[in-house]
Design a protein around this ligand. Structure first.
Ligand code: DGY
Length: 323
């Protein structure tokens, strides 16, 4: 194939884009905002390769709009809940993602959120900007200590394990719930109820699947300690946000710190935004320059391999190769 048609749906870092351009002549979306659904359906028409991000819903309709020549879907993300993997597999299309390179950046963000919520950093910042800082006060904005506390990690894959490693440096006790994972970094496996009853911090590191949708619901939150802090750097859909709002508003738990919400962006009238004990940042888990550069490179490598008919370096549906 000499001139495959390629669409890149967002402004990706130059590292990845330049690598693709060494091989092919892609069309890349250059606007700040992602394409609308209509624009996307139009842009993918007749493409051999699609490089997308988590802002694009890649479902059966989109694959069919692209056409039967579509050979590769490469996402610049580790999470692939925005892609209908079964639909891609049914069409024999390999789907690539970018695992590994964002593990540390995401674990750092989980810790940044955990520390910020524990020590009420955002509330302190708002307090100053509101002109309320009149004196040092022995009881001002008292938060939680990390040392000696228990961190409960739900989902003990690469990122969950990297969070556990960081917790060791803070002298935290670490427990985790993940039936398919082995214990590392001194973390102890426990069942979910024990984790919720024991943890002072609960950090979520599961992918969003039908099984994990609203895993954090009213029942889950009712089992957490009143001093507990919930940290979510996984996916917004893992948390039932109405239940979370109720738990935070009634001080059933101490605080939440969210890198991800459902939907994204979170509408400005969402009640979570009215709460002092809910810290929210705009999905920045992997947002370091180096990490995004590496993600764009992995996504480019997957795209190039797929277009050349080679096995993707990182394929989420390898069963397409055994068909
Ligand atoms: C991913 O790659 O899935 C992350 O959520 C992006 O930050």
């Amino acid at each position: 194939m000499t001139h495959p048609k390629i669409f890149i749906s967002r402004l990706i870092p130059a590292r990845g884009l330049d690598l693709i351009k060494e091989h092919f002549l892609p069309e890349a979306w250059t606007h700040e905002m992602p394409p609308t659904r209509e624009e996307l359906l139009e842009k993918v028409r007749g493409v051999d390769g699609l490089l997308c991000t988590l802002t694009e819903k890649v479902d059966a309709e989109l694959m069919d709009a692209a056409g039967s020549q579509l050979k590769i879907i490469s996402s610049m993300s580790v999470g692939v809940d925005h892609i209908d993997i079964a639909a891609a597999t049914a069409r024999g299309i390999p789907v690539g993602n970018t695992p590994g390179v964002l593990t540390d950046a995401t674990a750092d963000m989980a810790f940044a959120l955990l520390l910020s919520a524990a020590r009420r950093v955002m509330e302190g910042e708002k307090y100053i900007r509101a002109g309320k800082w009149k004196t040092w006060h022995p009881q001002l904005l008292l938060g939680a200590d990390l040392v000696g506390s228990t961190l409960g990690i739900v989902g003990f894959g690469r990122i969950g394990q990297a969070v556990a490693k960081r917790a060791q440096g803070f002298d935290m006790r670490v427990i985790f719930h993940d039936p398919s994972a082995h214990a590392v970094h001194g973390a102890k496996p426990v069942d979910l109820d024990s984790l919720l009853h024991e943890a002072d911090f609960v950090s979520l590191h599961v992918p969003l699947t039908p099984n994990t949708k609203h895993l954090v619901n009213a029942d889950f939150l009712s089992k957490m300690k009143p001093n507990a802090i919930l940290v979510n750097t996984a996916r917004g859909g893992v948390v039932d946000q109405v239940a979370l709002y109720n738990a935070l508003k009634s001080n059933q738990i101490f605080a939440a710190a969210l890198d991800v919400t459902d939907p994204e962006p979170l509408p400005m009238d969402n009640p979570l935004l009215t709460l002092e004990n809910c810290l929210i940042v705009p999905h920045l888990g992997s947002a370091s320059q180096r990490t995004r550069d590496l993600m764009s490179l992995l996504a480019a490598e997957n795209l190039i391999a797929g277009l050349k008919g080679e096995r993707l370096p990182n394929c989420v549906n390898p069963e397409v190769y055994s068909r």
